[in-house]
Ligand binder design. Structure first.
Ligand code: IMP
Ligand code: MG
Length: 340
């Protein structure tokens, strides 16, 4: 299976956690490596009736045979990391790159005031100030953090060696392409590039290592914090359509808008997507919940998927139809056999 990089196509919260947990169970990767900014992410996973909310560990945690690595580019908040490791009992398989920079309480304080809080509307998790210290080369790194001493690894080396051996690995992005520091609508962005290239750099693999770039979209857009959101709905409409979501890190009601083909196209281009996943199809088409075959979808739902494929010139390989990891239509065989 090789190396699949999974990234968000919009403003984060596309449902990456759900898609990744399905792939982890199905494809049994030996390693899942997480790139992205840090604990500003919140990935929600439902599996076997349990809901997990992850901010630091890879979402592939649901597969107990997968090693869970955090790439050098990622910021680690040791408090959040240890809370998750203990909650999930994954001490033996969770590792952090020696070069990960550390979030300290002073970073969190700075992220909850002034420009960052009032203008940007950050998650207040300390990531921007910690990246700022990192750029100034005054921040601490994991290798200097005593509490992490049993959890250190050269993640880039592990990942590249696994690929040399022909193993399957997942590289997990966080946030979404439209929040990229470089490619998003600055200054209403996060503190790093979070497109596929940035995520590969975070974990230490070069572009030639990648077999698939899977870009995840939700069937409608949501955004938290400042910045424009084309087609934004008034809060009452968000509620009446059943699109209300609350930030899994911040608890804020997310702003919502219909799916935007133009923005999605840009995201596909920026990431050189080879595959697309669409989540929450059941939120825009009634009665599509828990469907697991494309032929069981209504004709309107199938038309929407075809329109996405036509406009984005990329196959829609996974369709999410409910919160559980298994509520998914997996079209890999159809796509491979050209039956789509
Ligand atoms: P920061 O990443 O906490 O600095 O926040 C910068 C902007 O990115 C704000 O608009 C946040 O709401 C947004 N953001 C950061 N991480 C996520 C995420 O994982 N999901 C959704 N929005 C995010
Ligand atoms: Mg989230």
């Amino acid at each position: 299976m090789g190396c699949c990089v999974i990234v968000g196509g919009a403003y984060g919260d596309e449902g990456k956690g759900k898609i990744i947990s399905y792939l982890a169970l199905k494809d049994k990767p030996s390693i899942a490596a997480r790139g992205g900014v840090g604990p500003n992410a919140g990935h929600t996973i439902e599996y076997n009736g349990k809901t997990l909310k992850l901010r630091m560990l890879p979402s592939a945690v649901v597969n107990e045979s997968t090693r869970l690595l955090i790439g050098a580019g990622v910021l680690v908040d040791p408090v959040v990391f240890f809370r998750e490791v203990e909650q999930l009992g994954c001490q033996a398989r969770a590792k952090v790159d020696r070069n990960c920079a550390i979030i300290e309480s002073k970073h969190i304080t700075l992220d909850k005031e002034g420009h960052l809080k009032d203008t940007i509307g950050t998650t207040g998790t300390g990531t921007g100030p910690a990246n700022s210290d990192r750029v100034m080369r005054v921040g601490r790194i994991a290798a200097q953090e005593e509490s992490l001493s049993n959890y250190l690894e050269d993640v880039a080396l592990s990942l590249n060696s696994a690929l040399d051996r022909g193993e399957t690995v997942l590289v997990e992005g966080t946030q979404g392409t439209l929040l990229s520091l470089y490619h998003g609508d600055y200054p209403y962005v996060t503190s790093k590039d979070v497109s596929a290239s940035g995520i590969c750099s975070d974990v230490g693999i070069g572009p030639k290592r990648v077999d698939d770039v899977l870009v995840v979209f939700k069937s409608y857009l949501t955004r938290v914090g400042g910045g424009t959101l084309e087609g934004e709905l008034p809060a009452e409409q968000t509620l009446s359509r059943g699109w209300q979501e609350y930030g899994s890190v911040t608890g804020r009601l997310r702003r919502a808008a219909p799916f935007n083909f133009k923005l999605a196209r840009r995201s596909v281009v920026l990431n050189s997507a080879t595959q697309i996943a669409i989540t929450k199809l059941d939120s825009i088409f009634p009665d599509m919940g828990h469907k697991r075959a494309f032929t069981n979808l209504s004709s309107e739902a199938r038309e929407f998927v075809k329109k996405v494929e036509d406009e984005l010139a990329t196959p829609v390989v996974y369709i999410g139809t409910g919160p559980d990891a298994e509520d998914i239509i997996d079209r890999r065989n159809e796509v491979k056999n050209g039956k789509r």
